[in-house]
Write a protein that binds this ligand. Sequence first.
Ligand code: PEP
Ligand code: MG
Length: 544
Amino acid sequence: MLKITGQSISSELAIGTIRYYRQMKNIIGDAVASDPDAELARYRSAYRKCMDQLQQLYTNTLQQLSAREAGIFEMHRMLLADSQFHNAIEAAIAQEQKTAEYAVYSVGQKLWERFAAMDDPYLRERGADIQDVMNRLLSVLSGKNESALDQITEPFIVMAQDLSPGETVQMNTSRLLGFITCQGSPYSHTAILAKTMGIPALMHIDIDENWDGHLAIIDGKNQCLYIDPDEPLIREYQTKINSDRKKREALQAILHLPAVTRDGHEVKLYANINTPSDMDAAIRQGAEGIGLFRSEFLYLNAQEYPDEEVQYSIYRSVLERMPDRHIVIRTLDLGTDKKSPYLALEPEDNPALGYRAIRICLNQPELFKVQLRALLRAAAHGSLHILLPMIISVREIRQTRELLETCKKELAEKGTPFGDPVLGVMIETPAAVLVADELAAEADFFSIGTNDLAQYTMALDRNNARLHTFYDPHHPALLRLIGMTAEAAHRHNIPVCICGESGADLTLTKTFLSMGIDALSVAPGALLPLKKSIREMTLAADNA
Ligand code: PEP
Ligand code: MG
């Protein structure tokens, strides 16, 4: 048995088999094939091997488990044999002269994007199956099929050198127990995604490929990992996991109760979501609305910028899942660690200070207008709040309002119905706090992004794991900036929410409520513990 310490993002626990995930970028390699005939032959051979593997898996699973589990592999065989999928890959190799890996990846990704954007949850789920099939082909092509995650029917822990936000968001969450990575930091988007999924992640672990297939325990509370744990330890952790589950179940008692302190101070509790499928967890955990939908996650791995129709149907589906509730959709916050191939962002010396978020959108208004038109149309179906990221000046709000007016005109000319969303700004730079009065005069609401506000206030790169001992969510500078933002918002009678990770930090809740913060928006799994803590709190005694 081996015990290793790392850096944890939450107090969750997990027991399961480790599966080593090799990053796609290492598998795909060059896009252009030097010998397309040879590539075609490689693809056809991989295709046959995958068909055989799936047949074998079907038979084994049928014998060992049930027809239901085995059916997954039957469905994967059908997806693999689908003539549209198969022909598109062959055409990419033979006509566009792409390598087999690149052709499989690009065709698979495009198909996944189409499914991921569908309204029907059953069809959306099929997107994960397409990924499984694509990964199987890629694993066979690269000769590394021993680690294909989709060959595993039991839940597993993913081990990887690093995971980009794009890779994480595409993982099939139904069998995922946790992450172990070498790189990463608790404030990175990958960590935020793990929190939204409600699973533990241990970072800064010196991973070993030989652990692939071994049993492990992740202890998020004590920030450690056990490889090949012995029986008594497994039993001890199983008991802890059961007791955590019971505590979570007990929280259901407050599901429909408001987040109000003992002395009557009420706040709104919203959920942060990264994809429409996170809505299920948000509703299950009693969210009063969506305080932050990070829209950019939908487009991270897309081969091309999703068009207006695709965006409209996604935003509309989110609004329709929670009719009449407060829904905040943030406009694209790409850049730094969130890169999309179609934007062709150039490498930068200081990406966090660079070309990201609203800066990309205002520099490329035609691209921004696609999202704004889609949002305006979706606003006809609910209470939509548009949120602008990385704001530093009123100029950015004004320019966005002008673009919104142009978009409204364009839609009206075509006779396309649209609604009237409100427009808010993220307060995540010290500049925004210092001009908060001016911003509040022009915006309809504020949402404080403490992840970036901390990064820019303390000059600490949120993605750099080595800086975590310096990172202090209680830093007086940060708390003062949050207090100043709340005061400015209230001077102008607009509401202020906290949607960064500090919103779920129970050691800060009282401070935030005392500052007059109107709402907290957190990962779905953090909603009920936060509500419990608020309902047990008395503010007046503290203020006295
Ligand atoms: C933040 O910066 O706190 C925030 C909520 O946005 P993101 O984490 O997506 O940058
Ligand atoms: Mg941010």
